[in-house]
Design a binder for this molecule. Structure first.
Ligand SMILES: [Zn+2]
Length: 376
């Protein structure tokens, strides 16, 4: 990393913590999330805070882990009793997923000391943001109103004072630049093309990544977790984001054709194939084009929704990880040469990747042609 957090003076660190999170108005002014409304002197109204929830612009159409009616049930039970018991009563099959603190276990691999300011984009029902808000100042952004309301109730009932919840569509909201020490994108980038339909899904993903880069503090990091387009689970026929198996393996045009004849999955907006995932090399090219530098990359052995035991995709780091787990030294040394191939194998077939990214200095960015090329 070019600059580390240890280089921040205590005064700088305090100043960053004290300054409230701010949005940027279309006129260019910064509006801090301080009072309960965001009225700019230029006359624009960016949104307001109500029942512990910032509402910025129009929410995204409903989609989520459960059907809309059950979500409405959950919210009404949450308001009458504790969200935990409500989740166990209304969504017993999801209660574990909502309550599991290990959803945020990836924080171990990020160079972010407690007290920093994080943004989670696409926070969903908040398992990650709620856990991280114990040690960090967290802004949780979620486009679907119901899920954002659930998260706001959760924050209020658990007394999570360091968690701010914003209901906003990620491709419409503008934060003032350079405010976040860490930005979390857990299973989000693949969906970006559904909300932002201008041009190709890849172009939308590039816009999204560049925007996140703009919101990142100069020494900040982005954590990006996402599926491998050609990973073993996909090859075995697990459902792609289209709702169909094998669509990520197809050329994009063939995937679009396949999805044109199928009922939309998860969202009325999911017509055609707009949920692009990539190979390891494809992510590297996409991120390079977004002027982001891969500081570290991992395979998630249990999937990115259970990010424990992340395996670094670097020979030396893999060796370290294995040794730490107490594998026999003899076996390690014997496999020393093979391990180089393991990295290749994990990159080729690993199910989910996790990347730690920093803003690349402009000089190190290789110019790539724009458009549909390089999307393997
Ligand atoms: Zn303004």
């Amino acid at each position: 990393m070019s600059a580390t957090h240890a280089n921040l003076s205590p005064a700088e660190a305090n100043a960053r913590q004290r300054a409230p999170v701010a949005l940027r108005c279309a006129c260019g002014r910064a509006l801090p999330l301080r009072r309960n409304e965001l009225l700019c002197v230029c006359g624009r109204n960016l949104g307001a805070r109500q029942d512990g929830l910032w509402r910025i612009g129009q929410p995204a159409p409903y989609w989520g882990e459960v059907e809309e009616e059950r979500m409405a049930d959950l919210l009404s039970v949450c308001r009458r009793r504790n969200w935990r018991s409500a989740a166990k009563k209304v969504l017993p099959e999801l209660a574990g997923y909502l309550l599991d603190a290990r959803r945020a276990a990836f924080i171990e691999v990020l160079p972010l000391p407690p007290g920093r300011r994080l943004l989670e984009i696409g926070a969903g029902m908040g398992a990650i943001s709620a856990e991280l808000a114990r040690d960090y100042d967290v802004v949780a952004m979620e486009g679907v109103r119901e899920r954002a309301e659930f998260l706001a109730l959760r924050a209020a009932q658990d007394g999570l004072e360091r968690l701010q919840v914003i209901c906003a569509d990620w491709h419409l909201i503008r934060f003032a630049p350079s405010q976040f020490d860490g930005i979390i994108m857990n299973g989000v980038l693949e969906w970006v093309g559904l909300g932002d339909r201008a041009g190709s899904p890849r172009a939308a993903q590039l816009r999204f990544l560049r925007r996140a880069r703009e919101w990142l503090a100069p020494d900040g990091v982005i954590y990006l977790a996402i599926e491998n387009r050609f990973g073993l689970p996909v090859l075995r026929g697990s459902r792609d984001h289209s709702g169909l198996p094998f669509t990520s393996l197809l050329p994009r045009w063939a995937a679009r054709l396949a999805c044109a004849f199928w009922a939309p999955y998860r969202s009325g907006a999911n017509r055609g194939y707009r949920t692009y995932t990539y190979s390891y090399g494809g992510y590297r090219r996409l991120l390079e084009q977004a002027e982001l530098k891969i500081e570290q990359s991992y395979v998630c052995p249990l999937g990115y929704n259970l990010p424990v035991g992340l395996m670094p995709l670097h020979p030396a780091a893999l060796r370290f990880q294995k040794a730490r787990r107490g594998m026999a030294r003899g076996i390690l040394w014997r496999a020393a040469r093979r391990r180089l191939n393991w990295v290749w194998l994990y990159r080729a077939l690993g199910g989910d990747f996790a990347f730690v990214l920093s803003a690349a200095s402009p000089a190190s960015v290789v110019a790539l042609p724009s458009g549909e090329r390089n999307d393997a």
